[in-house]
Design a protein around this ligand. Structure first.
Ligand code: SAH
Ligand code: SF4
Length: 351
């Protein structure tokens, strides 16, 4: 069985031509796939009936997603879904909406997708990490998460504006399927989202960062650093392995040099662990001068012992970075009451 959402537009053309049909038939599949969101091949009405039947008998499908759980934040801006994809895989996907910007008046609708079920990196503060690794998602299963929300948004007269790879899993540990999904989602005959509207978040797998830099894509990169030195980082990211803090920052620099895209360092703040003024100064020192941006994330409490720092210590941390000339923002709280931190919903529901 092959899901039509797995195929790049060029592969779709090859498929229809191999079946003996003219090239333009590919667009009669691609257009509905990315603008009408059909659930079955029989809905591809522009194709001759015989061609639809041939597709089905040759083992082509349109993968199904169905919601097994939906949680909406009190303000209605965050929707978190547990989706059942194809063969019973239960995956978590989040929609975060932001009010229209003053500049262009458009609301922002960001989808946060998962790339794996569970994660092998084992970060001690992360619900997904505590689950362990279950499996890699296929490109079509990543695409399906976006399509599911695109369908919901379209029914409200809205559309997906941004995409972040910050759900369950480590994107660089499922590189080939992740990049195939990115190519389908950014292709102008595929989903067609702008490359600059996508951000990949990684725990800092430098080989993956270097590979991504060579893809000739204009996508944003976020690196989850969480600590300014190797001793502390190893405690928080036990599998940090051969990638030292210095290596990671250097890889971020190379990415910026190659793509021109600014790199964001994510820093989950945990009370009494990595939120002291001394640590802020150490972080400022290692990041100084490379034009990077820091996103501070006061932690969402998970099953572990980690606590969210006080508002004052977050502000103090931010002030130290700011005074050292480092661009810094504090992540706006979204959906904490619906366990919107990565992996939390699935842990609550599936266990
Ligand atoms: N594996 C990738 C992408 C998924 S995690 C990565 O680690 O970057 C996406 C982001 O969620 C990371 O920055 C991670 O640090 C953050 N995160 C994980 N658990 C969290 C929690 N309990 N509270 C707040 N942020 C969390
Ligand atoms: Fe994996 Fe990212 Fe969670 Fe770490 S923070 S366990 S890398 S999903």
């Amino acid at each position: 069985m092959t899901d039509l959402y797995r195929l790049l537009p060029e592969e779709m053309e090859q498929l229809v031509m191999d079946m003996g049909y003219p090239r333009y038939r590919a667009d009669q599949i691609l257009y509905p796939l990315y603008y009408k969101f059909p659930k079955e091949i029989s809905e591809l009405k522009q194709l001759p009936k015989i061609m639809r039947e041939e597709l089905i008998t040759s083992g082509y499908t349109i993968g199904s997603t169905h919601e097994t759980h939906r949680a909406v934040s009190d303000d209605g801006d965050t929707t978190k879904l547990l989706l059942n994809i194809t063969n019973g895989t239960s995956v978590e996907t989040v929609l975060m909406q932001y009010p229209p910007s003053k500049i262009n008046g458009h609301p922002r609708s960001t989808i946060c997708v998962s790339t794996q079920i569970g994660c092998a990196m084992g970060c001690v503060f992360c619900a997904t990490g505590q689950m362990g690794f279950e499996k890699n998602l296929k490109a079509e299963e990543i695409v399906a998460q976006v399509i599911h929300f695109a369908d919901i948004l379209q029914q409200r007269g809205e559309h997906v504006t941004n995409l972040v790879f910050m759900g369950m899993g480590e994107p660089m540990a499922n590189y080939d399927e992740m990049i195939r999904a990115v190519r389908i989602l950014t292709h102008d005959r595929g989903f067609g989202i702008g490359q600059r509207h996508i951000t990949i978040s990684t725990i800092g797998i430098t080989s993956g960062i270097d590979k991504l830099a060579e893809e000739n894509l204009q996508i944003g990169l976020a690196i989850s650093l969480h600590a300014p030195n190797n001793k502390l980082r190893k405690k928080l990211v036990p599998t940090a392995g051969p990638n030292s803090v210095e290596d990671i920052i250097e890889a971020g620099r190379r990415y910026y040099k190659k793509t021109g895209r600014r790199v964001t360092f994510e820093y989950a703040l945990m009370k009494g662990i990595n939120d002291s003024p001394e640590i802020a100064k150490e972080l400022a020192l290692i990041l100084k001068g490379n034009g990077s941006h820091v996103n501070l994330i006061p932690i969402n409490p998970t099953a572990g012992d980690f606590k969210r720092p006080t508002q004052d210590s977050v502000l103090e941390f931010e002030r130290i970075l700011y005074n050292a000339g480092i661009n810094c923002t504090v992540r706006v709280e979204k959906g904490i009451e619906i366990s919107a931190a990565c992996g939390q919903l699935r842990t609550d529901i599936v266990g």
